[in-house]
Write a protein that binds this ligand. Structure first.
Ligand code: CA
Length: 151
């Protein structure tokens, strides 16, 4: 069932997108409360990527729909599945909305060496210097976007 219970939706490129989980017969999303790079790490590895580069919050790749299955995800980073991480009860999402959907940007084997991270205000790319502690390489904890350098 691996790969069928977890997917990335609406990414601009491969290896990124809104995290969606199949549970109880329906695809749903993950709330970004306590969403961080360790949680993204588990998702990326579960999907077969080497590691996570960023753990974007606030529906960076757009809002999902249906259930918000998981919230308060507390991964240590070495779990084999996000479902093994500590989290709130399934569907206990009274304080979460789809504009808070969690996303990941995973390390993609190709093109990952020449990248810059930008702060992403209002979901649009910006040339602003980031103020959220985004660093390269290769980790990012905040609202950042990874952009391939044109070389
Ligand atoms: Ca977390």
């Amino acid at each position: 069932m691996l790969g069928k219970q977890l997917r990335l939706a609406d990414g601009v490129r491969n290896a990124e997108g809104r995290v969606e989980i199949f549970h109880d017969g329906y695809w749903g999303t993950v709330c970004d409360d306590y969403w961080d790079i360790k949680d993204a790490q588990v998702v990326c590895r579960e999907l077969g990527y080497r590691e996570a580069i960023a753990a974007p919050k606030r529906a960076l790749f757009g809002e999902g729909n249906g259930h918000i299955w998981l919230s308060n995800v507390h991964c240590l980073g070495n779990e084999s599945s996000i479902e093994d991480c500590k989290h709130a009860e399934w569907n206990a999402n009274s304080y979460c909305y789809h504009f808070e959907d969690a996303s990941v940007i995973c390390y993609n084997e190709t093109g990952s060496l020449g990248r810059l991270m930008f702060l992403l205000p209002d979901h649009s790319l910006s040339n602003q210097k980031n103020h959220y502690g985004c660093v390269f390489p290769p980790k990012c904890n905040g609202q950042c976007m990874v952009v391939d350098l044109v070389t």
